[in-house]
Design a protein around this ligand. Structure first.
Ligand code: NAD
Ligand code: MG
Length: 407
């Protein structure tokens, strides 16, 4: 675990209670790094993982949360045994119910939603319904059920702060009253930057032979495996386009994706008078994490100053939707609406896992998604059960396409 060298080993004991969902992941560990720098402000109430027992136990011994959750029952038992042996007071829960419980405890003020994929939806919704400040990294939750999620945010008057670096940059570049509607506050469009991933210059032939190790080696960001593959296929930018539409109440045609290989400008907002505001910084997720946790104040995140002399130049290009069809598919499903984005998301999760397991070629990822979209009927997305049913059906269809050897 990344424990900053310059931080004394004291358990955070401040007044702001935090639950970190997905604590053992890339965003989760960066969140704990930020919390460890501010032990007088924050207190860790709960940490959760799927089944990474060793790291979760290590984090519990370091941060002394009241609760830990392992979704996996056996992993929960193992964690509980190890923690007891070490003399820890942390109580271990299991299952999705455990995740929902620690997202809604009364002593929790902020919930970092950093579980990867559709699995993050219910715990993130539980945090919203309990009125917590939600620090949203789990973009798949919004992609699947954006309307329901945003309606619940409004109903419970929740502070929803984006952690995704682009959306955090957009949030920082928006006027404070952007919730009144982008047109009425003078915003013309959003410019969503993308690094272009590790295969920005690859030919179609080279893309067909890409390996999981190559796809997971992102040039600028260190991330979990799923989002790394999404970045390489540009589906990450597609999911982010959908995420931006929900967070900022806009339409796909008002969001322009801009390839910016240096990942220094994290996104921009253009106003009707021609002004363009942007947020810049080193590519390190501790900046958006610290911003969202401290908002509307600011606090140190441990991120180095941006050295513009070292960077020297910033480049921009239009995205290539021919070589990266995932981005085109994301624009299409968002225009279609209903459960189409949930179908795309589910098919993508299956295809990415199959690619990581070396059961599917990299270039077949968009093929699986497009065929799943053809085979699964899209429904209205105003009832969660309907969305979940379409998600499940899409997974079955996508798995069958993978098994049939679709190319
Ligand atoms: P990761 O794979 O590193 O970590 C995922 C975390 O979720 C782990 O703690 C894991 O134990 C937990 N998890 C996995 N499956 C689970 C399940 N079925 N039930 C409960 N918990 C489960 O992922 P990450 O890179 O930290 O990304 C997390 C989320 O943040 C994703 O939605 C991703 O798109 C988003 N995000 C990540 C970054 C980044 O830089 N890593 C940037 C922007 C957005
Ligand atoms: Mg991002």
């Amino acid at each position: 675990m990344a424990v900053p060298d310059d931080t004394p080993m004291i358990t955070p004991h401040g007044s702001v209670g935090v639950t970190v969902l997905g604590a053992t992941g890339s965003i989760g560990t960066s969140t704990l790094d930020v919390i460890a720098r501010h032990p007088d402000t924050y207190r860790v109430i709960a940490l959760t993982a799927n089944r990474q027992v060793e790291l979760l136990v290590e984090q519990c011994l370091r941060f002394a949360p009241e609760f830990a959750v392992c979704v996996d029952e056996r992993a929960a038992q193992q964690s509980s045994d190890w923690l007891k042996q070490a003399g820890s007071q942390t109580q271990v829960l299991s299952g999705v119910e455990g995740l929902e419980r620690v997202a809604s405890l009364p002593q929790v003020d902020q919930v970092m939603a950093a579980i990867v994929g559709a699995a993050g939806l219910y715990p993130a919704l539980a945090a919203v319904r309990a009125g917590k400040r939600v620090l949203l990294a789990n973009k798949e939750a919004l992609v699947m059920s954006g309307q329901i999620f945003i309606d619940e945010v409004r109903r419970h008057n929740v502070e929803l702060l984006p952690i995704d670096s682009e959306h955090n940059a957009i949030f920082q570049s928006m006027p404070v009253n952007f919730g009144e509607g982008l047109a009425s506050v003078g915003v013309r469009r959003i410019l969503l930057t993308a690094s272009g991933g590790p295969f920005r210059h690859a030919t179609a032939d080279e893309l067909a032979r890409v390996t999981p190790a190559q796809a997971c080696a992102h040039p600028n960001w260190s991330m979990g495996r799923k989002i790394s593959v999404d970045s390489a296929s540009m589906m990450n930018k597609g999911l982010e386009l959908i995420e931006a539409c929900w967070l900022f109440d806009t339409v796909p045609d008002s969001v322009q994706v801009v390839i910016h290989p240096q990942s220094v400008i994290h996104s921009l907002v253009e106003y009707v008078d021609g002004s363009v505001l942007a947020q810049l910084g080193n590519p390190d997720m501790r900046t958006p994490i610290a911003h969202a946790m401290a908002w509307p104040q600011r606090m140190d995140s441990g991120v180095d100053s941006l050295n513009l002399f070292d960077i020297a130049r910033l480049d921009f290009a239009e995205p290539d939707m021919q070589r990266f069809p995932c981005l085109r598919l994301a624009y299409e499903v968002m225009r279609t609406g209903g459960t189409a984005p949930a179908i795309l998301n589910a098919a993508n999760e299956v295809a990415v896992q199959a690619f990581l397991d070396e059961r599917l070629a990299f270039t077949a990822i968009p093929v699986v998604i497009e065929k799943t979209l053809e085979q699964v009927d899209c429904n209205e997305a105003d009832v969660l059960d309907v969305i979940i049913a379409d998600d499940q059906l899409s997974r079955v269809v996508a798995e069958r396409l993978v098994a049939e050897g679709v190319r």
